[in-house]
Design a protein around this ligand. Structure first.
Ligand code: SAH
Length: 261
């Protein structure tokens, strides 16, 4: 179950932090590390800081973008050291541990996303996350070292996992409605949907690309909260396709109809 939880480090600058994160993960039984565009990796410093956890570094997946790191995930939890302008569903590390274990235990892929040492995650990256996790540090000095933040969340995941292990019934019942259609959409499917939604809203004149006014951010927040299933996603994509067809039909009619005097 813990293998369904990946730790994603975005654009890390210090290899020592990558090693420290790997060690923190291995201590807590997590094994899947994904590095998005790391500035210095592989490196001796990472191996040194990982102590005995260099296997996590060896099997770490290195990708170019956050989108690639999140492929297949249905729950994305993004960490943030401070408040952002657009309020987002916010949870604490304990809730993060419980939520991650509940979903991973049901077979879903979960990502815990951590930002750059100096700048954290961008607003755009944070909007790729279903929930934001804030470690309730002293507001006067709120930013933890990256590897320390990974340690806190990995620990909470382990505590939730241990609690769930203790409660698990001996015979696992067949999950109700576990067929593919009722499964939640993955983040990559959601990204395709957001692209389609954006294009459609521009086409029907609801979204002005010159003046977007946080519309897509707000819609991302809405759909992110909804745990859209695959069946629901097909319905939404169908609605968008038909909306585009209707809008194009109207545009064509308007063009070809003679001007009324
Ligand atoms: N100056 C940056 C701080 C980055 S700290 C900022 O203001 O966002 C590096 C990373 O460690 C953060 O992106 C986050 O992933 C994690 N982190 C540090 N402190 C945290 C906190 N209090 N709660 C949650 N994550 C934290």
């Amino acid at each position: 179950m813990l293998q369904n939880i990946r730790v994603v480090l975005v654009n890390t600058s210090h290899p020592g932090n990558i090693g420290g994160a790997a060690r923190a993960m291995k201590n807590m039984g997590l094994s899947r590390l994904v590095l998005v565009d790391p500035q210095d990796f592989p490196s001796h410093e990472a191996v040194a800081r990982a102590s005995g956890a260099s296997d996590i570094l060896e099997t770490a997946q290195v990708v170019g973008t956050l989108e690639e790191a999140l492929v297949g995930c249905t729950l994305v939890l993004g960490t943030s050291a401070r408040d952002r302008r657009l309020p987002w569903p916010l949870i604490d590390p304990r809730e993060c541990g419980t939520m991650a274990c509940a979903d991973a235990g049901a077979g879903a892929e979960v990502a815990l996303v951590f930002g750059r040492e100096y700048a954290g995650l961008t607003n755009e990256e944070l909007q790729r996350c279903h929930f934001h996790v804030h470690i309730p540090s002293d507001p006067a000095f709120s930013s933890l070292n990256l590897a320390a933040a990974v340690q806190v969340l990995s620990y909470e995941v382990r505590m939730a996992w241990l609690a769930a292990e203790g409660q698990r019934p001996k015979v696992v019942k067949e999950e109700v409605g576990s067929e593919r259609s009722s499964q939640p959409s993955t983040t990559d499917e959601m990204e395709l949907f957001y692209g389609h939604l954006n294009a459609t809203l521009v086409e029907i004149g609801f979204l002005d690309p010159e003046n977007p006014r946080h519309l897509m951010s707000r819609l991302r927040r809405l759909f992110g909260r909804s745990a859209v299933s695959r069946t629901e996603m097909n319905i939404l994509r169908g609605i968008l396709t038909e909306t585009q067809k209707a809008a194009r039909g109207l545009a064509y009619k308007r063009k070809s109809a003679p001007e009324e005097k």
